[in-house]
Ligand binder design. Structure first.
Ligand code: NI
Length: 171
């Protein structure tokens, strides 16, 4: 199911980025070329939505290997860089899948990649802290780093795996 993306045409989605991975290493989109990737934007303090979606990404990564021999890189980009340091991202992602890449960066660098994927996010004050409201789309990127498709979070794991196989094998 396609979600109506504001402002950007689907063909314009994606692009270059310069961020920091969960090991504190400077990376760009070029670091992930050679394999397709799944890209999701969220934050590690998210109570329910992000954990559910990251668990699902882990299942899809496993299913793609076991059913189609497709190795795919799951990437989690934080939209809460103030709290999501590389250390925190590393600790958080171990709960999901060992292949997870966690990306953080300056406010500007996060705003830039979010913009390129038409991802919405905004802080919501909660007592003396805050939550983040954010888009929950899952993006499929090909081995050249180009946008292929995006999925809403209501797509079940098996269906998601099959759709990704189809999208990646489309001419
Ligand atoms: Ni979340």
């Amino acid at each position: 199911m396609l979600y109506a993306l504001p402002a950007l045409a689907v063909s314009d989605l994606g692009g270059r980025f310069a961020l920091i991975d969960q090991h504190g290493v400077d990376v760009t989109e070029e670091n992930y070329r050679g394999k397709p990737a799944l890209l999701y934007f969220g934050f590690s303090s998210c109570g329910d939505v992000c954990p559910t979606d990251l668990v699902k990404m882990g299942f899809v990564v496993e299913q793609l290997v076991s059913t189609a021999g497709i190795e795919i890189t799951p990437i989690f980009v934080t939209i809460d860089p103030e709290r999501d340091t590389p250390e925190r991202m590393a600790a958080y992602l171990t709960a999901f899948h060992p292949d997870f890449v966690g990306l953080t960066g300056s406010d500007e660098a996060i705003a830039d990649i979010a913009d390129k994927y038409a991802v919405y996010y905004a802080p919501l004050p909660m007592g003396n802290s805050y939550m983040m409201d954010h888009s929950t789309l899952l993006f499929l990127i090909d081995a050249n780093g180009d946008y292929v498709a995006h999925f809403t979070r209501d797509v079940p794991v098996n269906e998601l795996t099959q759709s990704i196989i189809k999208k990646l094998s489309a001419p």
